[in-house]
Design a protein around this ligand. Sequence first.
Ligand SMILES: NC(=O)c1ccc[n+]([C@@H]2O[C@H](COP(=O)([O-])OP(=O)(O)OC[C@H]3O[C@@H](n4cnc5c(N)ncnc54)[C@H](OP(=O)(O)O)[C@@H]3O)[C@@H](O)[C@H]2O)c1
Length: 310
Amino acid sequence: MPRLHDFGIPDRGNHAWTLDEEASRPILRRAIEAGINFFDTANVYSDGTSEEIVGRALKEFTSRDQAVIATKVHGRMRPGPNGAGLSRKAIMAEIDASLRRLGTDYVDLYQIHRFDPDVPIEETLEAIHDVVKAGEARYIGASSMYAWQFATMLHVSEANGWTRFATMKNYLNLLYREEEREMLPLCDAEGIGVIPWSPLARGRLTREWDAATERSRTDEFGRSLYEHTADADRRVVEAVATIARERGVPRAQIALAWVLAKPEVSAPIVGASKAAHLDDAIAALSLILSDDEIRRLEEPYAPHPVIGFS
Ligand SMILES: NC(=O)c1ccc[n+]([C@@H]2O[C@H](COP(=O)([O-])OP(=O)(O)OC[C@H]3O[C@@H](n4cnc5c(N)ncnc54)[C@H](OP(=O)(O)O)[C@@H]3O)[C@@H](O)[C@H]2O)c1
């Protein structure tokens, strides 16, 4: 099942394109009515307002028992050395703040948003283990980092008997497949659930190469992800368009079906800025690409510089 997040007050925090509460609520409601039950947010998204909006909507539209709530820690919330990162002090402060904003006494999945090279791995792992033992998180996950960093963390948690990561949220889509080299095989070998972010390349896989939307015009982070490989990327986008035309479905369904076809992937984290986007996300679940279609989608790909880890 695709999972969801795109919500936060636009003039708070890092993304000018996010939807405010009034615009977010109908999408969240429709998602719940359609059976989507997993919602991904982060302390840092829109300066905490994403957690507030998601928390209030879930309370109204579903029960805590039905909802699977994921949030993250690492991004900068305040100035100073304790206002970001994965120290014990930061983690303990941030889980409390996230629970307060979400209006719940536990999250289902607590994820480290990035690797923190300034903190000993043992300190981070013991702190998130303690968060689980305190009943504030049911499971823990990690997000974009080098595979060697994740492998080391898995080893250290096992050696100490601490809670093991259940998931890896990494950057994977038809325009960025570098994770196929190391991270996906590692997750497969270790039995880690893979829940990729930006499976539609932040919308680039859903429309004409030169088309712009309100989000794409202000998406600075998104722009930085695709500067280097424009020719090959354009041909991948054209391959998506061709197969979508042959199948008579929107491009988003083809791009999501490709992510879902990867055996290591549990579920992509889909960003929906319109309620109708949910229909494609759900339809993609039953769209099975043939081996030949997958070959044609993958054929134009050119390796990208490794990105998304900082
Ligand atoms: N862990 C991390 O480091 C990290 C990093 C980035 C994101 N994430 C998570 O992953 C989620 C998804 O990332 P993302 O929003 O970048 O992902 P995405 O799913 O690749 O892109 C979403 C965008 O694609 C377009 N779109 C979606 N469905 C569509 C459809 N059916 N038809 C046409 N266009 C469609 C919309 O663009 P327009 O709005 O332009 O129309 C939407 O804003 C985020 O919300 C966040 O929770 C995590």
